[in-house]
Design a binder for this molecule. Sequence first.
Ligand SMILES: Nc1ncnc2c1ncn2[C@@H]1O[C@H](COP(=O)(O)OP(=O)(O)O)[C@@H](O)[C@H]1O
Ligand SMILES: [Mg+2]
Length: 424
Amino acid sequence: MRILVIGSGGREHALAWRLARAGHQLLAAPGNPGIEAVAECAAIGVAEHARLVELAVGRKVDLVVVGPEAPLVAGLADELRAAGVMTFGPGALGARLEGSKVFSKQFFARHRIPTAPFTVAATVAEADAAVERISALGASGVVVKADGLAAGKGVVVAHDAGEARAAARAMLEARRFGDAGATVVIEQRIAGREVSVLALTDGTRLEVLPAVEDHKTIFDADRGPNTGGMGTVSPAWITDAIQSRIRSEILEPTLRGLRAEAIEYRGVLYAGVMVEPSGTPYLLEYNCRFGDPETQPIMARMRGDLGAVLLGAARGEMPVGALAWDARVAVCVVVAAAGYPDAVRTGDPIGGLAGIDGEVTVFHAGTARRADGQLVSAGGRVLGVTALGLAVDQARAKAYAAVDRIELAGKQVRRDIGARPMIP
Ligand SMILES: Nc1ncnc2c1ncn2[C@@H]1O[C@H](COP(=O)(O)OP(=O)(O)O)[C@@H](O)[C@H]1O
Ligand SMILES: [Mg+2]
């Protein structure tokens, strides 16, 4: 098949790499220097919908895989389908599960999907009352979320009611996230351990992928501000029993809910789940696309023809059980640029990639090729160093040995990816 992957991050590199390994011919837009090794890249940005549709039609691609959330929320999959292009990724209606936290929380409530108790607020007075109400539910804390897309920065996990009120005020009045914060969700903090569970769906069937644990804050031991994700481990720590509760209590009711609301959903349902110490899962949010950096370890372990499964999903007849999994554990350590996640420094030369071997794959995220051919940093998260090992400790050791060889001035790396015990 000829497959077009849209996006330019580590997730898209991992997807293109896996699809190319299954023998498909890859196009990417816009791609990145890592993707160039496995795909023909077209210099078209993810917001240029008309040009992307033209590329897909003109090159007669059999399938388009849309990587990032912003074009999905903006309706790119609808436009591709309207032009007769088979597309993996939900239309704008389904993508609201990620694009609006108000819509998604209300959807969870409508379909009795376990989630933290919440209130929606559009004014400071409403927010103050909501913080009051949620605080009264228990001492665990209050979380404030901007309604719209905010690149993983629109959520504040507050330590007390004062901080929660201030966070809501900054979003609603000071418009800290622009229109994305014109409405906020205020919800109870759930204490527990997080896990990402991604499922492929054609709107009817589910193919639940192995669970992944992400590490979201910039510093070790979950300190510092949240990032897009600093490292991942798969399979994750959850037991089979917890995994099957996530399927039956969260994913299946979601699919039933989508169908009940006549929303056709062909793409990834990525559940961000908080698991209480008792083992009870709560849905924090949905993303409407593959995770980044969750996709890197998933693709490192995946066997079988992903292209056939994604095409089946795009057609509404997804084969289930067609994928197999390497028994080894995969660890992905993100190498981030100086200044990330705030004022990112770019343009630093990257060295040391040559000689990193077969059990370690370096997925490019924020990289670019300078006119003289030198690879340089071009974004906050620069590389995703992904290693396989018989156990998590071996995978970690291999990933960090490769990370230590990589030269990038001011590089930021968490040292504790995969260090938490793999037991609940
Ligand atoms: N109710 C909650 N209880 C505890 N932590 C939460 C809660 N909601 C969000 N968080 C934390 O904030 C992070 C970001 O929230 P999330 O809803 O995933 O939004 P986004 O990914 O869009 O920023 C989560 O990964 C989790 O660590
Ligand atoms: Mg999230």
